[in-house]
Design a protein around this ligand. Structure first.
Ligand SMILES: CC(C)(COP(=O)(O)OP(=O)(O)OC[C@H]1O[C@@H](n2cnc3c(N)ncnc32)[C@H](O)[C@@H]1OP(=O)(O)O)[C@@H](O)C(=O)NCCC(=O)NCCS
Length: 319
């Protein structure tokens, strides 16, 4: 359906209108309000708005990553009464056209969705990766802290940015750790294992991002890594752990390590989320339910996130 829409980049004074777009999203789990001011200040993050007359009706957020090659769509919102009229599609086209001027090197867009796309129905999208997501609610008062303290995750330790770049992102390690050549993080972020992306991640998250690796003799190459990210949602706080390893024992150790780290960092209750290889679905459930005694979120107990990629078409700017 054709709409008389105008498009522009967001300013900090748009915040109140943006809160309207966030109302009711993900049962209080929306990250947009808490991230908005950071995003609009950051280089290489763009928040674009669509107006019908004076009314803000839709928003899209994207980040330019992978040394300027990729645009990742991070968030999209359309007011409920304006949905399914092609507004986000038009806003996406406006964003593409803007990016072609601003970042001519961008030639693909990536986004994460919770449902697979049928490649036959929409041939322009290619599925690059699929990860399983487990989620649980952690009530600090009922956690048996002594038990948590004695669970062994001692083979895992925090790791520095420098180690991540120099060792884990070196081709011979990265090819094994990240076979799809992407790191799938919370808040819709997908990055390739390169230094500039790490700078980006730290710029966006500051101290709220945490890296961990297994303990090793000096000359050994790591076989696992995990990324922990703390994020404020409208009604709660989330710790999301992305774990990369093909070894089930190391996977389990990272899961416990990230969980313990979240318990140390967060004072009150929180939700804990783990993104991992499909092979570890059962192992992850057992750790969270039986070892850590948390209650899994049944609604998304068998949830997947799919990463899609589309080659970008050429558009003429409407902004
Ligand atoms: C998703 C949403 C923004 C779509 O807005 P809309 O204006 O109704 O979208 P359109 O009428 O243009 O619908 C089609 C486009 O929406 C996009 N879309 C639909 N559902 C989507 C979803 N869950 N995630 C991301 N994009 C989605 C697709 O790009 C689709 O284009 P396609 O034909 O290439 O598949 C809207 O339904 C919404 O605000 N939902 C609640 C928030 C949400 O789920 N956001 C997405 C993830 S952050």
């Amino acid at each position: 359906m054709t709409q008389d829409l105008t498009f522009r980049l967001a300013k900090s004074s748009d915040f109140d209108k943006i809160l309207k777009l966030s109302e009711g999203i993900y049962n209080g789990g929306d990250y947009l309000p808490a991230r908005f001011h950071t995003w609009i200040k950051m280089k290489d993050v763009y928040v674009m708005l669509a107006f019908s007359g004076e009314k803000l009706v839709s928003l899209v957020v994207c980040s330019v990553v992978d040394e300027g090659m990729t645009v990742v769509y991070r968030a999209a919102r359309t007011l409920p009464e304006f949905r399914d009229r092609g507004i986000l599609t038009q806003l996406g086209e406006a964003m593409h056209a803007f990016l072609q001027k601003k970042h001519p090197s961008v030639h693909r867009r990536r986004c994460i969705r919770v449902k697979d796309r049928d490649p036959g129905a929409n041939y322009k999208w290619k599925t690059l990766a699929r990860r399983e997501v487990l989620s649980c609610c952690v009530k600090k008062a009922t956690l048996r802290s002594q038990q948590i303290a004695t669970i062994n995750s001692a083979e895992i330790k925090s790791c520095s940015e420098g180690y991540l770049c120099d060792i884990l992102f070196s081709p011979r390690v990265a090819q094994k750790l990240f076979p799809d050549n992407v790191i799938h993080l919370d808040l819709g972020l997908v990055i390739e294992p390169v230094r500039s992306n790490l700078d980006y991640l730290i710029q966006e998250n500051g101290d709220s991002v945490y890296f961990a690796v297994e303990k090793l003799p000096d000359d050994a190459l790591p076989r696992s890594v995990s990324f922990g990210m703390l994020s404020q949602r409208v009604k709660f706080v989330r710790w999301a752990a992305s774990i990369y390893s093909s070894d089930p024992v190391l996977y389990q150790a990272h899961l416990v390590h990230q969980f313990k780290r979240a318990c140390e960092v967060i004072e009150g209750n929180f939700t804990f989320q783990s993104y991992h290889d499909l092979a570890f679905a059962n192992c992850g459930k057992i750790v969270l339910k039986e070892l850590l005694e948390t209650k899994l979120d049944e609604e998304i107990i068998q949830n997947f996130e799919y990463l899609f990629e589309e080659k970008l078409p050429v558009h003429h700017s409407r902004v």
